[in-house]
Design a protein around this ligand. Structure first.
Ligand code: MF3
Ligand code: CO
Ligand code: CO
Length: 276
């Protein structure tokens, strides 16, 4: 049985396993945090070019988030010491920023998580570096479609399985693999909260969606098999078959008649190709 709890005060409420049903002030807070996440990803567009190191991108993110009154949730999170995750090509997620330079032809996910007034924004997008082969651009397009097709199912009365199924169906129609090992998650005053948001499933299964629920949808889609492996650094997840992987992430809140996306780009830069 799924447990729900209505959050009546704006005090932090810990992880109990119950799904929180948030009120107006949470939605207002999430809009602010989500907007900063989106503006951070917008800001990066001119910087995502060959020769830039991922540490330089991470530094731009830290500076921008701090200058706008936020703090990166990943700094110090479970021993993670960076302001973003930057995942190149066959890296599925949690790529660690470092001295690696971006190269023409690569596809790159940048995932940012600013905390603003105690609320967590969480969003990621793909960037195309220089000239990217059609096969990789197709993966990026379909992955964005998977996210938005999942979001279309996010409304009261539907279940998490409806969201998952829509994503899986679209990805598999293109013969892509949907990663099972990482999920979306509830968030708010907490970074990672119930429910777990899976990206594969059957219609009508899983928790029912109710107004006030706040969570991410963040499908990771591989050209090849769904299987991942963790590198020795303990963070970097890569496709086992070394095939390319893409991901987009939005933070959303369920309303009476659908959902609100907190992390939409104010500049219209939700997906590539981004104008030069
Ligand atoms: N932003 C990631 C997510 O979408 C979480 C990154 S946690 C880190 O949930 F520690 F790896 F940064
Ligand atoms: Co994220
Ligand atoms: Co997330």
């Amino acid at each position: 049985m799924t447990d729900y709890v209505t959050v009546t005060s704006d005090a932090p409420l810990g992880r109990t396993g119950a799904i929180k049903l948030h009120g107006r002030e949470a939605f207002a807070g999430m809009h602010k945090a989500g907007r900063l996440a989106a503006e951070t990803l917008d800001m990066l567009v001119p910087h995502m070019v060959p020769g830039v190191t991922t540490a330089e991108i991470d530094r731009l993110i830290y500076d921008f988030v701090a200058a706008n009154g936020g703090t990166p949730a990943t700094l110090g999170y479970r021993g993670y010491t960076h302001s973003s995750c930057i995942s190149i090509n066959h890296v599925v997620c949690h790529g660690i920023p470092g001295e690696r330079q971006l190269k023409s032809g690569e596809i790159v996910n940048v995932d940012v998580t600013p905390i603003v007034d105690g609320w967590h924004g969480d969003s990621s997008r793909m960037y195309l570096i220089g000239d990217v082969p059609l096969k990789a651009r197709r993966l990026v397009d379909v992955t964005y479609e998977c996210l938005m097709i999942g979001i279309e199912q996010a409304r009261p009365g539907n279940t998490m399985g409806d969201v998952a199924h829509a994503i899986q169906r679209h990805a598999e129609a293109h013969r892509y693999g949907v990663v099972r090992d990482f999920c979306g998650h509830g968030l708010g005053r907490l970074f990672h909260d119930a429910p777990e948001v899976v990206h594969v499933g059957r219609p009508g299964t899983g928790p029912e969606l109710k107004p006030g629920m706040i969570f991410t949808i963040e499908p990771m889609i591989n050209i090849g098999r769904p299987d991942v492996k963790l590198l020795d650094d303990g963070w970097t997840a890569v496709t086992r078959d070394r095939s390319l992987s893409a991901q987009f992430e939005h933070s959303i809140g369920i309303t009476e008649d659908g959902c609100e996306i907190f992390t939409t780009s104010p500049a219209g830069l939700d997906r590539p190709p981004y104008p030069a």
